[in-house]
Design a protein around this ligand. Structure first.
Ligand SMILES: *Cc1c(COP(=O)(O)O)cnc(C)c1O
Length: 495
């Protein structure tokens, strides 16, 4: 498969090269030149196969690696999942199903891709050059931990994660600072998430720093959600879920389904859109946002207006104003005209807004329905799902469920619907506890205990284990010193 940049379609690459690069030199994102097609026979056949088998099949259509070799990688990647099923589909009602995407090592859906990405990168390194790869990441929470778990002890890779000293939750900090592995380093940065993010971006473009990294035998790469190696593995769980609905006889082969996704950077829902383009029968893709509702406005007006207030919500992984992966959908919307996309992106970076043509707004409306809910509705939804269905959800999944309730009421649509559940509820214990009990416990472990007592559900071992795990990383750096932190970490990796 050949891939093109969204900002210059004559700029081509292969999947493995694209995975190593992360982003195109022109600033664009790599997109496949065509969508491989799945027949309904294939969907029915997938109902008889395991998750790693389906994953190897889908990946083999996008990446130049043989099926058998991929199957080894997917089997390893999803072996670390703590249940027999990788991405179970839970039945809530006859028409409402939830894809549980958080059974991986860090209890967030990001594991689905970040358990695969390092393995794909290792393969790419074997094929493309002999260098080792160094992953630099700034995180506001979930990505850092999921990337650390994915890359820990992977041969020929190292990873350094920076997080804002006062910008992550207690549980998220502990998850990172206790991280095992001989090729990992974690460091707090004095400042907020933007400071950490800007610091990392600066390192990527600093020639002197890059020279030093190269001298140490490494090349730089990133693990954020615009990397093809994160996008492609995310298509798999939609195909898998559709095959499971067939198996459960919830649908007949060929029946359309709705897909609801709690959205931040637009990576997860974009994978659903790609699954649709590959032949999965989809009625509406429902894009659910929190109070940072820039996408809701964009889908209704065609104007993307980023110069607006930023809200800190109880679904922090969706607190985003620039949804990077939207660019890949814009490329399709523009009829794959990279000049148009480049103009929109220039408008966005220079004037903080861009607008698509009015006729494109109708075209978007055919594919997507977008809406949002605030923190109060999010908390009410957590309580409602527990009371009505005995089903515990986290703050992000609750945004999706709440938007879906409104969608159903507004449209009367009875189409069978898959809702993406993106995190385990115990990852956000204080807010989930408050939602179901009305009281507030500030200590995260006490709050987790509270949820367990209220619901009878066990605290996951990934959370319980943090309680007495030794903290390995206590460094706090100034923004200016991030490069020195990385170089020092490399010395330790090489020992
Ligand atoms: C990252 C994340 C999201 C948003 O996913 P995108 O692909 O960025 O849209 C939603 N929920 C949780 C729990 C996340 O970690």
């Amino acid at each position: 498969m050949i891939y093109s940049s969204t900002r210059d379609s004559s700029n081509k690459t292969t999947a493995l090269k694209g995975i190593l690069k992360g982003i195109a030199d022109d600033g664009g994102l790599f997109v496949p030149d065509e969508f491989p097609q799945l027949t309904m026979d294939e969907f029915e056949n997938f109902a008889l196969h395991t998750y790693p088998e389906i994953a190897a099949d889908i990946l083999s259509r996008f990446i130049d690696i043989e099926y058998d070799e991929l199957l080894e990688l997917t089997t390893q990647a999803y072996d670390s999942y703590d249940t027999i099923k990788v991405a179970p589909v839970a039945k809530i009602t006859d028409t409402q199903y939830i894809m549980e995407l958080w059974h991986g090592p860090t209890l967030a859906f990001k594991d689905m891709a970040l358990q695969m990405l390092p393995r794909l990168m290792s393969k790419a390194l074997e094929r493309e050059n002999g260098k080792k790869v160094l992953i630099l990441t700034a995180t506001s929470g979930d990505t850092g931990k999921a990337a650390l778990e994915g890359f820990k002890d992977v041969p020929n890779t190292g990873i350094v994660v920076f997080y804002p000293n006062d910008g992550v939750s207690d549980m998220q900090r502990l998850q990172m600072t206790t991280q095992p592995g001989s090729n990992v380093h974690i460091c707090a940065v004095n400042g907020n998430f933007d400071d950490a993010q800007t610091g990392v971006k600066r390192l990527f473009t600093d020639p002197e720093f890059n020279k030093q990294i190269e001298a140490a035998g490494y090349s730089l790469s990133s693990a954020n959600s615009i990397n093809l190696g994160r996008l492609i593995p995310q298509i798999v769980y939609y195909v898998h879920a559709y095959s499971r609905l067939i198996k459960k006889e919830a649908i007949q082969p060929g029946d359309k389904v709705n897909i609801v996704v709690p959205t931040g950077n637009f990576g997860n829902i974009l994978a659903a859109y790609y699954a649709k383009r590959m032949g999965m029968p989809v009625n509406k893709l429902i894009c659910a946002s929190n109070s940072n509702n820039i996408l809701t406005d964009f889908f209704s007006t065609g104007e993307y207006y980023a110069d607006r207030e930023f809200f800190k919500t109880i679904s922090p992984s969706m607190d985003i104003l620039i949804s990077s992966n939207l660019e890949r959908f814009l490329y399709e919307l523009a009829g794959r005209n990279s000049d148009t996309v480049r103009d929109w992106m220039t408008d966005l970076s220079e004037g903080k807004e861009f607008a698509v043509d009015p006729d494109m707004v109708d075209a978007m409306g055919e594919e997507f329905y977008a809406d949002f809910c605030d923190d109060i509705a999010t908390q009410a939804e957590i309580l409602k799902m527990l009371e009505d269905h005995g089903y515990l959800i986290d703050t992000h999944t609750a945004v999706a469920c709440s938007v879906y309730d409104d969608y159903k009421e507004t449209t009367g649509d009875e189409t069978v619907t898959l809702i993406a559940s993106t995190a385990n509820a115990f990852k956000f214990p204080q807010d989930v506890y408050e939602s179901i009990s009305g009281g507030r416990i500030e200590d995260p472990f006490e709050a987790a205990k509270g949820i367990s007592e209220e619901t009878g559900k066990a605290i996951p071992p990934q959370i319980l284990g943090l309680y007495d795990m030794p903290v390995r990383f206590t460094d706090v750096a100034e923004k200016e010193d991030m490069g020195a932190v990385v170089l020092k970490a490399l010395e330790a990796f090489n020992e």
